[in-house]
Design a protein around this ligand. Sequence first.
Ligand code: HEM
Length: 418
Amino acid sequence: MTGVERARLLDRDELRKYFDLRSPLMVLTGGDYTDDPYPIWRELREQAPVHEGTVHGLTGYPGDPFFHGLPFPDRPHFSAFSFAACDEAYRDEELFASSHEAEGPDSAEVGVMSSMLSMGGARHRRFRGLVQPSFVPAKAQWWIMNWIEHTVHMLIDNFVDDGRAELNVDFAAAIPVLTITGSFGVPVEQALVIRQSMSDPPKVIEMLQPIVDARRRDPGDDLMSVLVAAEYEDDEGVTHVLSDAEIYSFAMLLLAAGSGTTWKQMGITLAALLQRPEALAAITADRELLRPAIEESLRWNPTDPMFSRWVTRDVDFHGVHLPRGSVLHLCLGAANHDPERWDDPDEFDIHRALKPTLAFGNGPHICLGMHVARAEMRVGIDALLERLPNLRLDPDAEPPRFIGLYERGTTEIPVVFG
Ligand code: HEM
């Protein structure tokens, strides 16, 4: 099968339905927010590093979004806006827990909230230790050679002869979902079905079960084989393997955490560069600049600018008293624009000296897939620059806009080339 034939197995209309920030589905996370939140976040940070209230409430967003740590209407809510406060909370998982349940999630249940994202302490470390070896920087090449590179070229084959393309959905959205489902052994034509079944665990199980069974019998060189083979020793020295439920929850977490995020961040990076032809020209001439450009996009406009923590005991934190049981929202978007850490923080500058940002979080739950995400963005943008000469925004189409509150991204990225 040629790359074009494989790419056509991916239903573009379906892709558009699930990967469009303007779709009704996205209102849940503030997709209808179309302003620039950064000026308001700057004012809030200048007033105080930590405020009472939610990030969306303090930003003036009228809706009732659903996101990590929300809504929980029966608890007091606080939000941190400075780099120092967010960084400190991220690093202290004992005081600022990732789950509202003291014991963490129930592993027998299947779903994102039963995954390592909500675990804490030794249990989280043990689970993360099992999967981490597949996500370290040295493994980036494994991901690139097995799944990323051919996905990227297959998608470009689909539009290279047209002289124009819409990069936000037909390119940026498709890469991560095909990379992750590919690493599970799911074929292209089922990739979107499984992505769409995210809120329906029995359906995901039905699709993954035959793959898990097959890899248990006959392991291959893919992520699912790593998961079925992973072993850990408990405190009594007894060896355990991951249960099927733990594997399904982890698969769902990867789909949830790894596909929408990388799509939106790649779109943000592409749009920011296309809007600044001098930066794009500099990268085209010197590909070494692509890495810092991606880091700058992550700092300047991180796609998920807020994650939450549950306060485990009464504490005075950066001038505010946080009662036990309250929720502390970490506005990492605001932290990434803290002038204490970056000069001219609102400027997108690919030549900025590199400093760690909070776009991937920090502490024990720092993004497991960050090197995969970076590899997808780098290989994807590099291939576009290689194969689409004179790439530029379509002057006759509506230019990309950045929208969304808790999930930020671009509207569309219409380009012409050649
Ligand atoms: C640009 C793209 C991405 C961004 C901005 C991003 C951001 C984040 C952030 C901020 C967290 C921390 C959440 C918290 O503190 O509660 C996180 C966790 C996580 N991410 Fe990512 N992510 C991206 C891509 C990916 C990819 C590609 C994968 C998988 C292939 C992935 C898998 C995960 C997992 C498994 C966790 C949970 C880690 C844990 O709980 O220990 N992410 N991500």
